[in-house]
Design a protein around this ligand. Structure first.
Ligand code: 4GS
Length: 230
């Protein structure tokens, strides 16, 4: 079974999110284990602090190596193995659906969440296997990125989603954006659903959806098409 461990200063923030909805159900069904480990529990500082000012000067505080390292070692001990440790940071490679699929095959993932201005580079160099960013913008902590990655990985595990089609048809699964979707009523605010969807002609419906996906991708994300053609 797959297991994900989140190394964080805010374990309750993480568990509050993954205990709900589809990830919560996946945990109850025994399809995935998700845990959070509080980095602060591993401080050896008498004040319980986990950060200090940067050498060389500059703004803000830096997370110290020792509590992170000891938190990681205690996880390794509990697992009886080294997990694949990912540091969530804007310096990492931007996460893609392709990488999500690959990560879903790794039995033990651990996600390190930074806070403040950063993490002492020495502990990153010593234990981190991979750095991943969820996008080119800056958050206040790595928890939301870790939860985004956890959510994306969990839904790739067989049995987590109701039907496998839900996985297959979605945006980015085949490198294209999703086609537009409609539900009842057939006319709303004088706006009708496209005729083809009411025709019952499945070949035509598939062709229309494929064409809409391509059109949308061309208009909104031409970069995805270029990537596909490479
Ligand atoms: C991201 C991101 C991020 C960077 C954490 C500043 C606190 C913050 N992490 N993808 N220090 N984007 N991290 O913004 O992963």
């Amino acid at each position: 079974m797959m297991r994900i461990d989140i190394l964080t200063l805010f374990p309750e923030m993480c568990s509050a999110v993954y205990s709900e909805s589809i990830t919560g159900r996946a945990i109850s069904k025994g399809l995935i284990e998700i845990h959070s480990r509080n980095i602060r529990d591993f401080t050896k500082n008498k004040h319980g602090s986990v950060d200090d000012t940067p050498y060389g000067g500059g703004m803000g505080m830096i997370m110290q190596a020792q509590p992170i390292y000891d938190c990681y070692l205690s996880l390794c001990e509990e697992l009886g193995a080294k997990p694949h440790l990912i540091y969530m940071s804007p310096q990492g490679k931007v996460l893609t659906q392709q990488r999500v699929k690959e990560l879903a095959e790794i039995p033990n993932l651990a996600l390190l969440c930074g806070h403040y201005e950063g993490v002492d580079q020495r502990v990153i160099d010593k234990i981190v296997d991979e750095e991943i960013s969820i996008g080119d913008y800056v958050l206040t902590g790595g928890e939301i990125p870790a939860l985004a990655l956890t959510d994306a990985v969990a839904r790739m595990i067989p049995g987590v989603l109701a039907n496998d089609e839900a996985v297959q048809n979605e945006s980015h699964y085949n490198g294209l954006l999703e086609y537009p979707q409609y539900t009842k009523p057939a006319v709303w605010e004088s706006i009708a659903v496209p005729d083809v969807l009411l025709s019952g002609h499945h070949k035509n419906i598939d062709a229309w959806r494929k064409e809409q996906s391509l059109k949308r991708t061309k208009e909104r994300r031409p970069d995805l098409l270029e990537e596909k053609n490479l």
